[in-house]
Write a protein that binds this ligand. Structure first.
Ligand SMILES: [Fe+2]
Length: 223
């Protein structure tokens, strides 16, 4: 599974880019899950603050763009493919469900956001519950990855994929002529700009944060 900092597809491969965005979201969800366990023991220390900022940076910006990519471009495009070779009758209901879930994900996020902001400020938080967000996001992305993206691979024409990629690029305020520079900027920039997160770095567990070296066990894989 590609990790942060590794190359991801450009806007000329919009479905690859959407899948890459899912990997980033999954990584942030895993980090969030570890953070929730961590603050119970350690409070809002420096590592917790850095991890909270990393989650905030991603969901405030890149994840919001991702929802728009789907709702404003991919889903409407797919609805128009009825009758093409490879069409699946489950698709319209799945798209309706996914579109309904986006605002729900937004409301889960809105509830959690002030808690993360408090952690970035080093404040003690009374309650940190992220189970609803984790469950909702993971199930939402599963439906997209198992049904919608494979159908998009089959159903969309080259011209439609090009239109999808251009729209995603415009949404991020990136110039199509500067594709080489814009490639993966959103993901790599947010990965590089945040501080190191110590015990809460992705791929590590917080179960035994006081130990270093081999003492930190691997976190759950979402590949
Ligand atoms: Fe998605």
């Amino acid at each position: 599974m590609p990790r942060i900092g590794e190359s991801t597809p450009g806007f000329d491969e919009p479905l690859g880019l959407l899948r890459a965005c899912h990997r980033r979201i999954a990584e942030r969800l895993d980090l969030l899950e570890r953070l929730a366990s961590y603050v119970v023991v350690h409070g809002s220390d420096e590592s917790a603050s850095a991890a909270a900022r990393r989650v905030l940076d991603y969901f405030d910006r890149a994840a919001a763009h991702h929802h728009e990519d789907e709702e404003e471009d991919l889903f409407p495009m797919l609805r128009k493919t009825r009758g093409r070779a490879g069409w699946d009758d489950r698709l319209p209901d799945a798209l309706d469900q996914l579109a309904r879930e986006h605002p729900l994900l937004g409301s889960h996020w809105a509830k959690l956001r002030p808690v993360l902001i408090a952690i970035t400020r080093g404040q003690w938080v009374r309650e940190f519950r992220c189970d609803d967000l984790l469950r909702a996001y993971r199930s939402h992305m599963s439906l997209e990855e198992e049904l919608v993206f494979p159908l998009a691979d089959r159903l969309l024409t080259d011209a439609e994929l090009q239109r999808l990629g251009s729209s995603m690029q415009r949404r991020r305020g990136l110039d199509a002529k500067a594709d080489a520079g814009s490639r993966n900027r959103e993901d790599s920039a947010e990965g590089a700009s945040v501080p190191a997160v110590g015990d809460l770095q992705e791929g590590q567990s917080v179960r035994n944060p006081g130990r270093t070296g081999g003492g930190v066990t691997s976190g759950p894989s979402r590949s």
